[in-house]
Write a protein that binds this ligand. Structure first.
Ligand code: ATP
Ligand code: MG
Length: 260
């Protein structure tokens, strides 16, 4: 299998604080790869480095075999990398449908003039985008809410809308930052099979940050564990679960009890 994403010696400091230090791992195409660790371990910062939102202080990141450091986030997205955010980011005043349609429209290849004149090619394109957006909403169970304002959705549905929007550009790699946060237990269980289904249906690779230990252990093919910005362990869920460093830093009794 080929690595779709590769990190070598990736570091990022904020002033004197080393948020991410010398992190290296490779995610293989088709994997569901988990990133876990205590609060403040550097997980979201690592997502920001991978998606190009935050520049690295040192190291190398390649996506689909190409060095992506210094490439603007929207260009990295155009190469096939999409993400969701720990604090949901939606166009909250826009409709559910428009939230999914907007990124597709931004990438659509219609000429400005044909748009202005409402020529058939452009209208056909618009219909295609609308159909595709509705199909994605159907996939996340939000088709009946297509015309609702995004901000009116309950929390769990906003999370699903964010995933639908991330899928709009047909990514090869999907980064999910704590998608189960704020969901109840039943929704968490559903999310797990939903992510697996997405991987299979769209031929995706998934990199997921998640605190809910049963979910990550059951869902991920492999995991990497961060602690104080450092990678302290990586491997299959059963190996990570039994690693003493991980138990001490993260999975110890009190932590595990709080997260199940
Ligand atoms: N823009 C920033 N400026 C300064 N410090 C930052 C910045 N972003 C993150 N940090 C710090 O870097 C460290 C890692 O933060 P990060 O958000 O990556 O952790 P995390 O593993 O995602 O935590 P959580 O599980 O709480 O989401 C923290 O100490 C945080 O305060
Ligand atoms: Mg975070």
């Amino acid at each position: 299998m080929d690595a779709i994403l590769q990190l070598e010696g990736v570091s990022r400091s904020f002033g004197g604080l080393m948020a991410v230090g010398d992190v290296g791992f490779a995610v293989q195409a088709g994997e569901i790869f988990g990133l876990i660790g205590p609060n403040g371990a550097g997980k979201t910062t690592l997502f920001n480095l991978i998606s190009g939102i935050t520049p690295v202080s040192a190291g190398k990141i390649s996506f689909l075999g190409q060095d992506i450091l210094g490439i603007a986030p929207h260009k990295v997205a155009g190469m096939g990398m999409a993400r969701t955010f720990q604090n949901i980011r939606l166009f909250s005043g826009m409709s559910v449908l428009d939230n999914v349609r907007a990124p597709m429209q931004a990438f659509a290849e219609t000429g400005l003039l044909s748009d202005l004149l409402g020529l058939p090619a452009s209208r056909a394109q618009e219909m295609k985008i609308r159909d595709k957006a509705l199909e994605l909403l159907g996939l996340v169970g939000l088709e009946s809410k297509a015309l609702d304002v995004a901000s009116s959705l309950p929390y769990g549905e906003r999370r699903r809308l964010e995933i639908a929007r991330a899928l709009a550009l047909r990514p090869k790699l999907l980064l999910l930052d704590e998608p189960a946060a704020g969901l109840n237990l039943a929704e968490k269980a559903e999310l797990s099979s939903f992510i697996r289904d997405l991987r299979d249906r769209f031929d995706l690779t998934v990199l997921i940050i998640e605190h809910h230990v049963p979910l990550v252990m059951g869902l991920c093919d492999r995991l990497a564990v961060l602690n104080f910005g450092r990678l302290i362990c990586q491997g299959k869920p059963e190996d990570v679960r039994n690693d003493q460093c991980v138990i001490d830093a993260y999975l110890g009794d009190s932590h595990a009890a709080a997260r199940t």
